[in-house]
Design a protein around this ligand. Structure first.
Ligand code: UDP
Ligand code: MG
Length: 327
């Protein structure tokens, strides 16, 4: 086992203004743990002095590590980099802006160890400091995601969470190009719990999540977990086909009455029939594309939590599935 018990991954994009305040609160909280730790600060291709400030801070705080990405790759990509570089037995991811209180990390680690959990989510009990717009869009997002991914997705749990090494190792081998960790982690089915915290105001600087990035995250979330958009073609095709059947009768009646321009009926029906058939075929292709997509994502289809042949008999059976669902 490594001597580093805890890794704290902090993605940062243009966060120079907040670093001094972050260091001031994070360091005492982590020093107080009394275990070996590292802080993996991932500079997500910042245009400001984030990397320099981190590097300078690292001179007086040896546990602070700087991992610098060559270009801005986005919050989730920065998290991926941090997970890959972290060495601790436990890995916490936390925002740089002190909206997630660093002191909660201590509680997360305690809960995980005491209850034998692999995942502990930080759940926001109070979002009053967020804007009206952010609270409502976030509410809608979590409702939709629970429908897509299942009830294991704790609502109001962002990217402030603790993971065990086992979970991190599973995440690292997934070949996903656009992971959305707040959904991916619950979908793996590890024993999970949660601690609640009050979401604070951003300590300094501006949000790095403009509407454009929020929409991109929502689309990645939906597309990573649902093939429903691919099925739209099938449904449209089925509707066109049914409409074609109904209109066929209408077309015949009009034709029998002799009130149409010659050629109209056949053209009308041919257009309807062919577009229906084409859409259904597109939908069929979509179904296979969805299967290929699933295969490429290569998510584990099962996860063995316990096997009495490989674990000594006297060991207690580990906790089953998410405590999160029960809360
Ligand atoms: N972030 C990042 N890359 C980006 C955007 C954001 O690493 O392209 C980081 C940012 O520095 C912060 C975290 O992601 O540590 C969350 O961003 P922010 O606090 O701006 O989002 P909000 O709280 O406004 O949703
Ligand atoms: Mg923030």
């Amino acid at each position: 086992m490594s001597s580093i018990v805890l890794s704290v991954v902090v993605p940062m994009y243009n966060e120079e203004a907040v670093i001094p305040a972050l260091v001031e609160r994070l360091r005492p909280a982590l020093d107080g743990l009394g275990v070996g730790y590292e802080v993996v600060a991932v500079d997500d291709g910042s245009a400001d002095r984030t990397a320099q400030v981190l590097f300078e801070q690292g001179r007086v705080w040896p546990e602070l590590r700087l991992v610098k990405l060559r270009q801005n790759s986005g919050h989730q990509a920065a998290l991926t980099a941090g997970l890959h570089r972290s060495r601790g037995d436990w890995v916490v991811s936390i925002d740089a802006d002190l909206q997630d209180p660093p002191e909660t990390i201590v509680e997360m680690l305690r809960v995980a160890r005491e209850q034998g959990l692999d995942v502990v989510y930080g759940v926001r009990s109070d979002r009053r400091t967020d804007t009206f717009f952010k609270r409502h869009t976030a509410g809608a997002y979590y409702r939709l995601m629970r429908r897509l991914v299942g009830a294991d997705v704790p609502s109001q749990a962002g990217d402030f969470r603790l993971l065990s090494r086992e979970v991190v190792d599973v995440l690292k081998v997934l070949p996903e190009r656009t992971p959305v960790y707040r959904l991916l982690v619950p979908s793996l089915g590890f024993a999970a719990g949660q601690v609640t915290y009050v979401r604070e105001k951003r300590a300094a600087g501006e949000t790095k999540y403009p509407l454009r990035k929020m929409v991109a995250l929502a689309w990645d979330s939906a597309a990573n977990f649902s093939a429903a958009p691919l099925r739209i073609a099938t449904w449209l095709g089925a509707i066109a086909f049914l409409a074609c059947l109904a209109l066929m009768v209408f077309g015949m009646v009009v034709w029998a009455n002799g009130t149409v321009i010659p050629g109209w009926t056949s053209l009308f029906l041919a257009v309807l029939l062919l577009s229906g058939v084409q859409l259904i075929c597109l939908g069929l292709l979509g179904e296979y594309v969805a299967r290929i997509y699933k295969t490429v994502q290569n998510r584990p289809t099962f996860h063995i939590g316990f096997d009495s042949a490989t674990v000594p008999q006297e060991v207690e059976i580990p906790k089953q599935r998410s405590a999160a669902t029960a809360l």
